[in-house]
Design a protein around this ligand. Sequence first.
Ligand SMILES: C[S@@+](CC[C@H](N)C(=O)[O-])C[C@H]1O[C@@H](n2cnc3c(N)ncnc32)[C@H](O)[C@@H]1O
Length: 242
Amino acid sequence: MNIAVCSVRQFCSSSTCFKKVPDRLKGRSKSSQEWLTRQMNDEYVLKAKMENYRARSAFKLIEIDDKHKFLKPGDVVVECGAAPGAWTQVCVKRINATGKVSSQLKGKHVAVDLQPMYPIEGAVILAPLDFTKSLSQTRITEILGGQLANAVLSDMAPAASGIRDLDQDRILELAYSVLRYAQQISMDGATLLIKLWAGGRIKQLENEIALHYSQVKVVKPPSSRQDSAEMFILASNFKKNT
Ligand SMILES: C[S@@+](CC[C@H](N)C(=O)[O-])C[C@H]1O[C@@H](n2cnc3c(N)ncnc32)[C@H](O)[C@@H]1O
């Protein structure tokens, strides 16, 4: 890595910090060069490394939950699109899924992803598995063993095709699949958190969610890049019999 002035800006003794530039950019596409340079200069990437999170995305869930406080010890959580596992790491701690804090209730966390995932203590990991398949959802329900969920989280995103409308349709399909499943397995008062990309038919989805949850908000945590279309729908207080 070629560092103009300092390697870790937080600990820099120099009065001026310059942007870090990765070494082996040659031969890479422009977008890959930009991505690498951005990753290297991103404070959340650095923070994730220091706090042992598998990805910077951990801070999105941390920031949303710090503000809206829906994850509690003892909760049952289903997480869709969990790889590499940063949200899972955050969640298992917050719901005490390992049971390590003996004074608190022990939670249950089921994480699903299309990609394989390394184990995370306290989480039941179903990967690789396509969440949208009904057999996959039956498996999750079996693992819940009759318990209903306090929260259903989805950070699922389709592999981007680069065609905006197509990608938008695909993420919406994933979101509808999460909503339908959440309706089956959520308890009264449960929370739903779904990642989306701004635009398209989001309002329609929001309206549909509002039929089943008494509060629906669009949230964008500070760690979600300002130049990205990413946003989250946070719905609270699920009304079971609607
Ligand atoms: C942004 S990543 C999730 C990052 C994760 N929240 C974390 O913090 O580590 C989106 C994930 O959605 C997964 N995904 C996309 N479609 C899926 C599907 N049909 N079933 C399960 N996972 C899916 C992808 O494989 C990808 O790992």
